[in-house]
Design a protein around this ligand. Structure first.
Ligand code: NAD
Length: 318
């Protein structure tokens, strides 16, 4: 029984599958050759991350396929409903990467509170001759402790981010239209502490936050959650992080808000038009940038591979 992991899968996932008698192909097949490859090799399970698309052409023309698996959360690259209508099992690994994304958000929060990202850009070239100039340029950092962080979208990643933020001494405000409060469990030095966060209104969150981090799915209507109207309601000098989906923040409105100093710094892991983000964002010296690596830790990749393997093995056991 053959599995094609077209965007890769962790070694631990491969081991688990091979031990259960599956054969796992990890060589990347181009999108245009996928239908032929699947048919010629009688692939029964196709596993993808965000790069490969599984659209109706594959679902309609590859009779051998039984399972479509997405390593990660978002299923935008798979025609999920259509696949289900055709009787295919569609699986993903929603919880496996929450911890890793939350840690990347913290990395960006620390980075934009002390301009670490920009200092790293300038020190290699100018550090030797302009040390004092750069020291002055980066002298207006702020601490996270005691600041308000507004978390928009209080699901798995939002709540994991809240745990770290609480650990850093921040006050957490959260907005999520589908809940009134959430109790999150902090696990510190083998002691457990429950912290209940009451959900705020969006208005209150925008008005009071020193930092804002977004952890929402892309709205179905495709409209951004944060645009110029929302920026206007924020504190002057707010710092904002987006590691959810490109387009959740209106990118041109963000650039304007950075220009006017409404937003002092931003951090982006996700972009409209990936893998070709806007040059205006990439060249903006007030933005800390990472190329959609929220889930890209060894630990998350292992958990993703193992969770997919488990689901596939269980399916074939039935
Ligand atoms: P989740 O489903 O657990 O949580 C999302 C939350 O957003 C839910 O509680 C939902 O009620 C809330 N929500 C929906 N619409 C909202 C709105 N308009 N305003 C406020 N809240 C809203 O999802 P998750 O696992 O926490 O993932 C969150 C986001 O992170 C997703 O967009 C996902 O694609 C993205 N993600 C990014 C990476 C990365 O590499 N950067 C990795 C994994 C996930």
């Amino acid at each position: 029984m053959k599995i094609l992991a077209n965007d890769g899968i962790s070694k631990s996932g491969i081991d688990q599958l091979e031990n259960a008698g599956f054969s796992v192909e990890t060589e990347h097949v181009n999108q245009s050759n996928l239908v032929n490859y699947i048919n010629e090799n009688e692939i029964e399970v196709i596993l993808v991350r965000s790069a490969t698309e599984v659209r109706n052409d594959i679902i309609d023309n590859c009779a051998s396929i039984k399972i479509i698996g997405r390593g990660g959360v978002g299923m935008d690259n798979i025609n999920v409903e259509y696949a289900k209508e055709k009787g295919l099992l569609v699986i993903n690994t929603p919880a496996a990467s929450s911890q890793s994304v939350a840690e990347l958000v913290m990395a960006h929060l620390f980075s934009i509170s002390r301009s670490v990202f920009d200092s790293n850009r300038n020190m290699p070239q100018n550090g030797e001759n302009d040390f004092k100039v750069l020291k002055k340029k980066y002298a207006k950092g702020i601490e996270l402790r005691g600041k308000n962080i507004g978390i928009i979208g209080f699901g798995r990643i939002g709540q994991n981010t809240a745990k770290y933020a609480l650990g850093a001494g921040m006050n957490v405000l959260a907005f999520d239209p589908f809940m009134e409060k959430a109790t999150i469990e902090l696990d510190i030095a083998n002691q457990k502490l429950d912290v209940t966060i009451n959900i705020s209104s969006m208005e209150e969150l925008l008005n009071k936050s020193d930092f804002i981090s977004l952890h929402v799915p892309m709205p179905k209507d495709g409209n951004p959650i944060i645009g110029s109207l929302e920026f206007e309601k924020m504190k002057n000098g707010v710092r904002i992080v987006n590691a959810s989906r490109g387009g959740v923040i209106d990118e041109p409105a963000l650039i304007n808000a950075l220009k006017s100093n409404k937003v002092s710094f931003a951090a982006l892991d996700v972009f409209v038009g990936e893998p070709k983000p806007s040059k205006d964002l990439l060249s903006n010296e007030k933005i800390s940038l990472t190329p959609h690596i929220g889930a890209a830790t060894l630990e998350a990749q292992d958990r993703i591979g193992e969770e997919l393997a488990e689901k596939i093995i269980n399916f074939y056991k039935k």
